[in-house]
Design a protein around this ligand. Structure first.
Ligand code: FAD
Length: 405
């Protein structure tokens, strides 16, 4: 029975990014690393495939380019109450098909000498003081000094380690349809917040299906705020565009938001990507998964140098990183938005600086001082005390799901 230094459970963007960044930072440790992926590539992952430019930049820093068919996008639009606000941003992002993107990423890892075992479903994970015992579905046992849970929203690692399932959950459903006359230009990601009874939004992302231009449309519902019927929501969303839900293959799936209240590590174990939690406000998770991988590789390398495998500081590492600050800001945004939705939407629509900041963050560009000042100027002094309170509560991991006023 071979003992690995690091076993990464899950070969999606978070797991493969962790392995690739380990390889770049600490090649000797990467040689003693194993990635276990339940499926065989190319494997499907239900996802709209909108990737912020910052993922491309993070991968480029370690010399990785993911060469797959993609629709380049240069703008984001927010629609609410009859108004569509659109802002563009350099290097904004692209839309890919996950079946191709994840396969290409895994191929790059393999080409760099990282061992990725496909068809290896993990059934059980037991962490002890000395190491981790990982049991596969066929009974095979793999030993590791550290395990990384990169196994997504329903991950077995989180469950086996007894970490709570997370309060921030979303339900998502999507399909690929033809393009219709009311669609925006194909360089734009549309987030449609028009329906105020929906705790979330609908989207239209330009995509390519087998090389053909199509539109990926879906509905993102924050389940934490109450039960809903996502299929009926999608029916209405498509109906407003003159499309019938019966004509399309529906792809439903869950998402987990990052919650500053939840633990995301245990001695000898780290969670990354959607296993740890991604952006609850929009459900964006691919770039976050890649960022988690970069940070985890640094943390793992440090752990093996120091011999300290407690990982008690992993959540703090995440929260103080650039992408962690963005996750935190979006968590605050989610908690601020819903209780004051009509007013917040008015402020957002009247002041493009807020959407521009989102676009800069998505693209991985520096938040420009001028935009920050414009957003600050648009914030009413009477909002400052409760916003400050909200930030403090969120930082302390307090606060229930927001209630609408
Ligand atoms: C409908 C929908 C649309 C979305 N659209 C977008 C979007 O446009 N842009 C965006 O940024 N994000 C989007 N997301 C979120 C995004 O898909 C995820 O956040 C992202 O895939 C997280 O990456 P990950 O590597 O953490 O997890 P995953 O991509 O889920 O990868 C986990 C991997 O672990 C493997 N695995 C699971 N269990 C085991 C096991 N027991 N043993 C071994 N392997 C295992 C799985 O097979 C999988 O390959 C969307 C999500 C949904 C549901």
């Amino acid at each position: 029975m071979r003992t690995y230094d690091v076993v990464i459970v899950g070969g999606g963007p978070a797991g493969i990014s962790t392995a690739l960044h380990l390889h770049a930072l600490d090649p000797a440790l990467a040689e003693r690393t194993l990635v276990l992926e339940r499926e065989h590539y190319p494997r499907e992952k239900y996802c709209a495939g909108g990737i912020g430019g910052r993922a491309k930049k993070a991968l480029a820093r370690i010399g990785v380019t993911v060469d797959v068919p993609a629709v380049p996008v240069s703008a984001v639009a927010m629609r609410t109450q009859g108004t569509t606000l659109r802002v563009s941003e350099p290097d904004f992002g692209q839309v890919v098909r996950r079946i191709e993107f994840d396969h290409a990423l895994a191929r790059t890892a393999t080409a760099r000498g990282i061992t990725v075992r496909e068809g290896a479903a993990v059934r059980e994970v037991v962490a002890t003081a000395d190491g981790v015992r990982i049991v596969l579905s066929d009974g095979e046992v793999v030993l590791a000094r550290v395990v990384v849970g990169a196994d997504g929203v329903g991950g077995v690692v989180r469950r086996c380690l007894g970490l709570p399932g997370g309060r921030l959950r979303a339900q998502v459903i999507e399909c690929d349809t033809e393009i219709v006359a009311s669609d925006l230009a194909r360089d734009t990601l549309l987030f449609d917040w028009s329906d105020r009874t929906l705790h979330g939004y609908g989207w239209d992302f330009p995509t390519l299906v087998k090389g053909e231009p199509r539109m990926c449309r879906g509905v993102y519902v924050i389940r934490t705020m109450g039960p809903d019927n996502v299929k009926e929501r999608l029916r209405a969303y498509l109906g407003a565009r003159g499309l019938r839900i019966e004509d399309y293959t529906l792809k439903p799936f869950g998402e987990r938001g990052f919650d500053s209240a939840d633990p995301i590590s245990k001695p000898r174990a780290l969670l990354v990507g959607e296993a740890a939690g991604i952006d609850i406000a929009t459900g964006e998770g691919i770039a976050q998964a890649i960022d988690y991988g970069e940070l985890a590789a640094r943390r793992l390398s440090r752990a093996f140098r120091s011999g300290d495998f407690t990982f008690a500081d992993w959540k703090r590492n995440v929260l103080t990183s650039r992408f962690g600050r963005s996750l935190f800001a979006r968590l605050v945004m989610y908690r601020a938005y819903y209780p004051n939705r009509p007013r917040t939407e008015q402020i957002l629509v009247d002041n493009p600086a807020f959407l521009q900041l989102f676009a800069q963050d998505f693209a991985g560009n520096r938040l420009r001082t001028r935009t920050l000042l414009r957003a600050a100027a648009a914030t009413s002094p009477r909002d400052v005390p409760w916003l400050a309170e909200l930030v403090r509560d969120t930082a302390r991991g307090r606060g229930e799901a927001p209630r609408e006023a």
